[in-house]
Design a protein around this ligand. Sequence first.
Ligand code: FAD
Ligand code: NAP
Ligand code: FMN
Length: 577
Amino acid sequence: MKISNLPIDAPYNEGQRAWLNGFFSGMQAHMSQSAGATLSTDSRVITILFGSQTGSAESVAIDAGAIAKSYGLTPFVKSMDEVEANALASFEYLLIITSTYGEGEMPDNAQLLWDGVSAEGMSSLASVNYSVLALGDTSYDLFCQAGIDWDNRLAELGANRVYERVNCDVDYEEPAQAWMSSVIPLIAGGSGVSNVDADAGATNKPEFNRKNPFPAKLLVNRLLTDASSSKETRHYEISIAGSGLSYEAGDALCVVPTNCPDLVADIINALNCTADQEVTVNSELVVLAEALQNQFEIKTPSKEFIQELAARSGNQELNGILGDKDKLSDYLWGRDTLDLLLQNPTAEFTSAEFVNLLKPLQHRAYSISSSGKQYPETVHLTVASVRYDSFDRNHKGVCSTFLADLVDAETPVRTFFTPNKVFRVPDDNSLPMIMVGPGTGIAPFRAFLQERDFRKASGKNWLFFGDRNAETDYIYRDELEAYQTSGLLTRLDLAFSRDQEAKIYVQDRMIEQGAELFRWLDQGGYFFVCGDAYRMAKDVDQALHAVIATHGDLSDQQAIDYVNQLKKDKRYVRDVY
Ligand SMILES: Cc1cc2nc3c(=O)[nH]c(=O)nc-3n(C[C@H](O)[C@H](O)[C@H](O)COP(=O)(O)OP(=O)(O)OC[C@H]3O[C@@H](n4cnc5c(N)ncnc54)[C@H](O)[C@@H]3O)c2cc1C
Ligand SMILES: NC(=O)c1ccc[n+]([C@@H]2O[C@H](COP(=O)([O-])OP(=O)(O)OC[C@H]3O[C@@H](n4cnc5c(N)ncnc54)[C@H](OP(=O)(O)O)[C@@H]3O)[C@@H](O)[C@H]2O)c1
Ligand SMILES: Cc1cc2nc3c(=O)[nH]c(=O)nc-3n(C[C@H](O)[C@H](O)[C@H](O)COP(=O)(O)O)c2cc1C
């Protein structure tokens, strides 16, 4: 049978996917049993599994597949949730490409496979040759933890590490490319393939991306919360006319901000430097003010800067807690780079030293709050402006206040899309949708409702929304009430946490409505969650398990199995941050 003509990856439907998985596992098992005897090197199968929340690891995996193909290998690129743990032993050549989420956790699509692989009794992987590429961000305590866990576990199970793991920080492209360029030829080794296409991995890149964002125009910047609210949430409409770009409800738009000029000036003063001093950035001379405004993360202090500052200042309190992540994080709460400079005047830095300790300025992702079908030329965003006072200064989040305060009609907003292929309105218009999105978590659900409206979908829609106070923070109220009146929004359950003494959250409403919620799930309903990853999404997950156990009359383990099946069917998906 000829397997080399199978596509690297394709949007298979469920039936095709099941068939392919079966075929693929059988083929792998057959080939590894007969390795050396019948497996000719130029048809070597390489399995590339990705764990990805927002698409970066997935995009690297697709590139790796293209490069592997150019080396004469037969690549299978798979999301981790498309593979069972017991299939792993049959993968002779395996690349794991995964990001890390939450606090050192697996991305959602990797969790079930990871649970299987890390379970006691997992079979030996002695016939597997593997390497791991880990994507992460050094500003998190558990840098690249998911990749590290995979690497350690595969080795523990007897698999042969053919190439050392590479951990990538936010600018992952170069190290990822270097890893692929080393590990893939190594696996293809001896195949004698000559038609190597070094740029093969570049083929799937959209025209506008991280390195080449589209200069969009901001059309609307409107306050959603009341002026008297304790928070500020804004509605933005950004024109993508003329870009040739399109998007789906569920995707995110990334915005590349610039830093606030006032903060730049204050930092330059604190350093005792001048704005027009030159510094070297990427081998080019740039004026300091320009570098700080456009190229570096100057609000959130980098770990390198904190360590150097502690060493140069002799600050005993700071030096004493450098190794204690909880104490350090408490100390840093509310302190930005400027606070640290101002509070430690004995630590002196030249402009070059300072710049060398900074991380590159990153884009921020925003879940799109419009449907690309209803609004093909504009993208709507729902953004909470980060503003807080601490240490006698006003502090502002870089990107949320760039949009709120700094962008005018003439300022290009540099943007690119990141698709979220699983966070989608179901293809079947008749299936129920349950959406849990407090705060800015409402964003993709506004898009989902527009999408259902556009499609004239008959399926029921249920939104759980909440925020601090109904009077000031009930955003998009008119739209939601109109959807209720029209019947598009079948149910709307609200939880305003600060309208009464005891907090009421969306998960409390879920529990109250548990019987009906379970009925919707049992009718084939989809369960979507968006918003805060650290508290809300965890509590909502717990509430979901409780609802299923109580109203499905299931044991705790059966409720876990029920939820896992929802995840496998992509009927429980999250967009959390
Ligand atoms: C996939 C995805 C989708 C997202 N969708 C949305 C969305 O739809 N809407 C939305 O608003 N955001 C969304 N976000 C979050 C968004 O990307 C940014 O993280 C957010 O706007 C803050 O960025 P910033 O640059 O304004 O703040 P930053 O400059 O990054 O500063 C944020 C930091 O400030 C500190 N901080 C914040 N508040 C306080 C406080 N009260 N006291 C002390 N310190 C504080 C914290 O250290 C925090 O990490 C999403 C994120 C992801 C990953
Ligand atoms: N990881 C992150 O850094 C992160 C995560 C989420 C949001 N944010 C940022 O915070 C800003 C505001 O976010 P937002 O408007 O989306 O939401 P938010 O202001 O954090 O909260 C929205 C609602 O959720 C409630 N809530 C708090 N804890 C909860 C829990 N455990 N379970 C359920 N609900 C809970 C809040 O109640 P109370 O406040 O009254 O308790 C409030 O009513 C944005 O800038 C956003 O980007 C950052
Ligand atoms: C909410 C959130 C939590 C994260 N937690 C971690 C973490 O604990 N450790 C880490 O190294 N990176 C962490 N990251 C960074 C991601 O791993 C990194 O951005 C990665 O490139 C994302 O890849 P993906 O798009 O394939 O998911 C986190 C990112 C977000 C948005």
